[in-house]
Design a protein around this ligand. Structure first.
Ligand SMILES: [Zn+2]
Length: 269
């Protein structure tokens, strides 16, 4: 295993993987998990633009090569981890010990597994006042929903991205639960979304970009109602939504209406 990236918290423990066997390849949320012999685990996160590739990098890509993993056995037997924007991670930990990876440790259920039920999703959403898009991006209510798929799921469910999570109506929870599953299933079937750099492990672009209804379409007409999609920023991420289909719920009336007024002279000397 050759580390070509500068040493730092995103690249830890790689020499420990030397000579170990990769026992399996799994995934949780956006983390790739490879249990290694000897009780260790290789954890990779592609960040925004990272790629694990079997192909020898082109000259242009070579500048982005961070890790090279040489495997025993027949070719192709080298994995290349390329990361143009440096948000990726590649590290070796004791198996299942994720203290240095708090997002992984707190990850919600897998969206396409049976444990991601509408009831569990509703209970998780009810625990947070965060804007629903920000909470989805935290990966806690459900794993694997990044910026693109959050915009798509919220558009499908007709939920405004700034709606406080705990203010979602039961029908909105049901719609959003269904939308998250639909969007991620469709994206998986299309092998993901390529906007610029993303490639599958075989070097192919993902095809889901053609199916996007909201993400990146600010200023274009909504495919459902024809209104112009608007752009805003939620949790520091560009966010596109339809101002007509995705209404922000009106705040409740001023609290003073229900407050019990003290008699005017009470408490005065
Ligand atoms: Zn619309």
């Amino acid at each position: 295993m050759d580390l070509l990236a500068p040493l730092g918290p995103k690249y830890v423990g790689l020499p420990r993987a030397l000579g170990r066997r990769i026992e399996a390849v799994g995934r949780r949320g956006k983390f790739i998990l490879m249990p290694l012999s000897g009780g260790l685990e290789l954890v990779a996160h592609l960040g925004m633009t990272g790629v694990i590739a079997l192909n020898v990098p082109s000259e242009r890509q070579a500048a982005y090569l961070r890790v090279r993993v040489r495997l025993s056995g027949e070719a192709p037997n080298v994995l290349y981890f390329l990361d143009p924007r440096r948000f990726g991670r590649f590290l070796v930990v004791e198996r299942g010990c994720y203290e240095t990876l708090p997002t992984l440790a707190a990850l919600g259920p897998e969206p396409l597994e049976p444990e991601f039920t509408e009831a569990a999703f509703g209970a998780a959403l009810a625990r947070s006042r965060m804007p629903v898009k920000a909470y989805l991006l935290s990966q806690r209510p459900v794993a694997g929903v990044g910026n693109i798929y959050a915009d798509e799921a919220l558009w499908r469910a007709r939920v405004h991205p700034l709606t406080p999570s705990l203010a979602l109506q039961p029908s909105q929870v049901a719609n959003l639960h269904r939308a998250v599953r639909e969007v991620l299933s469709a994206a998986l079937a299309a092998q993901g979304t390529t906007l610029s750099d993303y490639r599958t492990v075989r070097g192919q672009p993902g095809e889901y970009a053609k199916e996007l209804d909201a993400y990146g379409r600010g200023g274009q007409p909504c495919a459902r109602c024809g209104a112009t999609l608007e752009r805003t920023v939620v949790a520091q991420r560009g966010t596109t939504y339809c101002p007509v289909c995705q209404k922000l719920p009106r705040r409740r009336g001023p609290r003073s209406q229900s407050r019990i007024h003290a008699p005017a002279n009470e408490g005065r000397r």
